[in-house]
Design a protein around this ligand. Sequence first.
Ligand code: DGY
Length: 327
Amino acid sequence: MTAAHPAKARVVVTRALFPSHIQRLAEHFEVKDNQADRALDREALARLLEHAEGAIITGGDRIDADSLSLASHLRVIASVSVGYNHIDVPACHARGIVVTNTPDVLTETTADFGFALMMAAARRICEGERWMREGHWQRWELDQMAGADIHHTTLGILGMGRIGQGIARRARGFDMKVIYHNRRAQAPEIERELNAAWVSFDDLFRRSDHLVVVLPYTPEAHHLIGARELALMKTTATLTNIARGGIIDEPALVAALASGQLAAAGLDVYEGEPKVLPELLALKSVALTPHIASASRPTRDAMANLAIDNVIAVLSGKPALTPLEPD
Ligand code: DGY
């Protein structure tokens, strides 16, 4: 006996979404959700994808030839993230699977956060908060938690894409000078609008008072920032990373902070996340957050809805809204 063909396409969701997202998906598809947010190992992920035509995944789900090995019906993978270093896009394309991400909807929220984390590192906000909670505060002192200024300093941006540009716009309100490095300089009209100047990679490290990393994580960007780059930085400078942890050689960063080569760091992303190097956890001069740069409620809602829009489009025979193109 052959099984009846399901009336609706099957869509799987690897992580918990807001209830409204599941409700929306259920209007269109037969949905296998994971509202219990169970951890899926590689085998469980491959099995989940086995009967699905559409999948909504997140940055923690590694999609490669192995996880796709059983996925013979899959037509679209929509990641609730702008970054897509966790997806082997060519392997998906080779199987005719459309892959989408969530650009634009998180740009401003993530830029807000990058700026906030840079300020937290420079002004020792997390350190001060921890110290107070530990009951250390006895009296006012002239040099108590004295950090670095933000206003009228030089902001360096590594990776002047949409989020980098958002951070540059915020710097205007603080009268900062903005320098940046990208493989290619931005168009002169964008540089004028942002009041930002392209500098060489090394100059970015030498000249920045506050350096923010917003670079896509590609194989070339792996450990792009190591002992050599950190040694170029001012001893009063801060380094903030809201891109991907693997861009920075973390032991080299620990050494630079511990030796006073670098004043402070703000980290939202980690190479082995959710595991964090114990040496980083032990350092007072690092403001640490758990990969939440895009985590405002409206933005996370918009990211999930964009992923759903992409799945609806592809499974109804229309082009995806935000497909990842073959290189
Ligand atoms: C993104 O959108 O890439 C964020 O880092 C969340 O994964």
